[in-house]
Design a protein around this ligand. Sequence first.
Ligand SMILES: [Zn+2]
Ligand SMILES: [Zn+2]
Length: 420
Amino acid sequence: MNVKAPRGTNDILPPLSLQWQYVEKVYRDLMAVYNYHEARTPIFEYTELFQRGIGDTTDVVEKEMYTFTDKGGRSVTLRPEGTASIVRAFMENKLYGQSLPVKFYYIGPMFRYERPQAGRFRQFHQLGVEVFGSNDPALDAEVIILGINYLNKLGLKNLQLYINSIGCPECRKEYFRVFRTYLEDYHDVLCKDCQGRLERNPMRILDCKEESCSKAVKEAPRVLDYLCDDCREHFEEVKVYLNNLGLDYIIDPNIVRGLDYYTNTVFEVKYAGLGAQDTVLAGGRYNGLAEELGGKAVPGVGFAMGMERLMLTLEKESAELPGEPDLDLFIVTIGDKAKKAAFKYIYQLRNKGYISEIDYMERSVKSQMKAADRMNAKYTVILVEDELCKGKAILKNMQNGEQMEISLDNLVEEIEEYIK
Ligand SMILES: [Zn+2]
Ligand SMILES: [Zn+2]
């Protein structure tokens, strides 16, 4: 067959899919404890949502979106991230009229048309949370703690939390003035993109990956030093909540989100030992996003993490992840009548929750025993057609080799009695 999976996509097959399920289950279980509930939004949205919600001058929107025109002539885009869709759903369903805050989580595939390279895929997966309706600094702290709590539950140690505040549009007025003055001397060394950003979106220069730009802003003033009273107070409160839990953090004024609707707290959780791409989880406040999307002003805070990088981190940490579970029981059959009987028995055993299997490959007894071994069956039952009339079968304990006769009449009960 010549058809291959599209470039930049992966098949998640067993045993890997079982590890993903585990990582997702730990996530869902913890979310329930923190009273967050799942939001499932469409995989595609009208393109405009992402242009406005992510910012049409970002690389994601300019170069990386999976955008196409559908048969109705509308431009739609496979979602490149989770936040914009969830804000849209919150506004569209008028959830601001309900009891606030609303606390969502999501898990799912995202799409970006990137050049596939190590750790970057065109279909990748994210886990995230979004909280709407409150500017309480306790929620910033809750979202941070929730993220770290989750990573700890998966067995990750070596984590470091970095936090910063990027203020509000009010603090940025003064900051931008100072920042632009500082950059006057560096105008010519900035990349073309950043020269354009100087007017529209100066904070994004701090994010630029071009070496000459990151050099130019190395000594630049930081917004953290220009916070208005409200924003300084907000950041202090977040720190108090974190301090009260004894949570270690580093204040890193270099963490920024370059778009206007991000406000106040931003944070990253890094894992030592991942190299340059060491951020496992990142998030922050976006009090201006709902309004940017044409809705009411609704404060929001959240985080997102990439599943693929998370799995890589768990591998680095040698965290314990489940594989395919062992079989409780394999019924070895000799002859067609035995097979028919066995099919009925495994149905009953499976109904009781025992992981059980029979042979579908017309294997010899010896090969069936081997197959049972390969699946780490704890027990086998041997059903022989010629002996069905005697009403007996053999149950074998595969761990110690012990064998015993059990009666066919209440085979399932006898097996259950023994397995317990
Ligand atoms: Zn402010
Ligand atoms: Zn640049």
